[in-house]
Design a protein around this ligand. Structure first.
Ligand SMILES: NC(=O)C1=CN([C@@H]2O[C@H](COP(=O)(O)OP(=O)(O)OC[C@H]3O[C@@H](n4cnc5c(N)ncnc54)[C@H](O)[C@@H]3O)[C@@H](O)[C@H]2O)C=CC1
Length: 429
């Protein structure tokens, strides 16, 4: 929940870092107090019961825009100092929080899944400097906002269910943060390359001060100094390399947002901050299936990283030193773009397709796709067919990912054989 943010600059971060270092040291020396018995965690959380209650009263507090507006108003009115912990524009925050609420409510009958999601989020939130006190203020503001938004029909029982749901998510976030105390809360990186490949698309190369652990196919939150506290997720477009150099492909999707800052106003020598790597779109050592990769626009970035890793595993050079795979896997890559000019990494593609016989590239262009034009990638994948034995990776605009997943499922590809990461599309990201 990006919404709980909290950083106020270098001093604040330095203080938090010292605090975390002390706790880590105490823990390593075994001097930490025994954890207090936590009743809430001793008894398994009955998320399904809370879900029923919350859903019954949901019409009183949805759509969430009003509730979330009130929540932040209440929080900043009662604790004005918290305002500066958030980015100047709250639009993205609000959208993100609404999404988090929806995710929580829809999945509350599967507490283990929810806990895993929020554990990862807690790790990511360390970069914001979130402390337990922020969660308490958030909870208090949420209760006020729920009551105000719902009006006289509100129920105390429903409010208690919201509080239990929130505390369940927060407990997981705190666990996630605690478990990763030994790694930096964020990484600092210097822009060493900035190439405008299209008027609205830049390829950035960033060298981190410290080693940045990640796997090909993952993504990271990035912050530009031009927009403090505004973090946006971008895929890492290269496999881990011995030099600490990362690549990002950024499309400007609006004005005044992080994407504009990165594409139009970032130069070599500038410093960015990166959150920890996340995402499940990675290769594993499971059964060596043939691979299907479907990418649209800058969704090409994580696929490029995966291909680089595969090339490295095959000893094809350019990738990290990983154990060689047992048997060769063929890769079918469907790459969607608005036009030929939009194939912004065509040089690399052509070179790789020539060099690697296991790689077969099918560019799919919107232009010439017939009336409507939208969604030709999913259709091209479906037309080709025969994917039921493949392991598929899908990445790109959410609608494209959704259409491709639907086609693949209809064609008999089991859900366990598709990897993709949900992305939040925002108009001015
Ligand atoms: N892991 C992931 O899934 C990643 C997703 N992305 C997302 O990919 C997107 C890339 O944006 P752009 O480069 O501007 O892409 P774009 O607008 O240039 O579109 C690229 C391709 O997607 C298809 N497409 C676009 N809108 C569609 C729709 N509504 N329905 C079906 N197909 C559609 C187009 O036909 C085209 O082939 C961003 O939303 C970004 O957040 C980026 C990196 C990783």
């Amino acid at each position: 929940m990006h919404a709980f943010t909290g950083t106020v600059g270098n001093e604040y971060h330095a203080l938090l870092a010292r605090h975390d270092a002390m706790r880590l040291r105490r823990r390593m020396l075994g001097q930490d107090r025994a954890p207090e018995p936590d009743l809430a965690r001793a008894v398994p959380y009955d998320g399904a019961a809370d879900q029923r209650l919350i859903v019954r009263y949901l019409p009183l507090v949805t759509p969430f825009d009003e509730l979330i507006g009130r929540l932040y108003d209440e929080m900043f009115a009662r604790w004005p100092s918290l305002r500066r912990l958030f980015p100047a524009s709250m639009e993205f925050q609000r959208t993100h929080l609404a999404r988090a609420f929806r995710y929580l409510i829809e999945n509350l009958d599967r507490p283990d899944e929810v806990a895993a999601f929020f554990t990862r989020l807690g790790r990511d939130h360390r970069k914001l400097g979130v402390r337990p006190v922020h969660y308490e203020t958030f909870e208090a503001a949420l209760c006020v906002a729920l009551r105000k938004s719902a009006g006289p029909g509100w129920s105390e029982a429903a409010e208690q269910a919201w509080v239990r749901m929130l505390r369940f998510a927060v407990a997981a976030m705190v666990d996630g943060a605690e478990a990763t105390l030994a790694e930096p809360a964020y990484w600092r990186g210097t822009v060493v390359g900035h190439e405008l490949r299209r008027p609205d698309l830049a390829v950035l190369r960033v060298r981190t001060d410290e080693p940045y652990p990640y796997r090909a196919g993952q993504y990271a939150a990035v912050e530009s100094p031009l927009l403090p506290q505004a973090w946006r997720q971008y895929s890492l477009a290269c496999a881990p390399r011995p030099v600490r150099e990362l690549e990002f492909h950024v499309r400007q999707t609006g004005t005044g947002g992080v994407s504009e800052a990165l594409v139009a106003h970032t130069r070599v020598g500038d410093t960015l901050r990166l959150g920890p790597a996340q995402g499940t779109m990675t290769l594993d050592d499971g059964p060596a299936r043939e691979l299907l990769m479907v990418a649209g626009g800058t969704g090409w970035a994580p696929v490029k990283a995966l291909l680089e890793e595969l090339a490295g595993r095959r000893g094809g050079g350019g990738g990290p030193a990983l154990p060689a795979v047992r048997e060769p896997r063929g890769v079918q890559l469907f790459l969607g773009a608005r036009s030929r000019d939009e194939l912004y990494d065509a040089r690399v593609l052509t070179r790789w397709a020539e060099r690697h016989r296991w790689l077969h590239v099918v560019p799919v262009l919107d232009e010439g796709a017939g009336a409507g034009g939208r969604g030709p990638v999913a259709e091209a994948v479906a037309r080709r067919g025969g994917w039921s034995g493949h392991l598929a990776f899908v990445s790109g605009p959410p609608a494209m990912v959704g259409a491709t997943l639907a086609r693949l499922t209809a064609a008999g590809l089991p859900a366990g054989q598709v990897r993709y990461d949900p992305v939040l599309d925002s108009p001015a990201a």
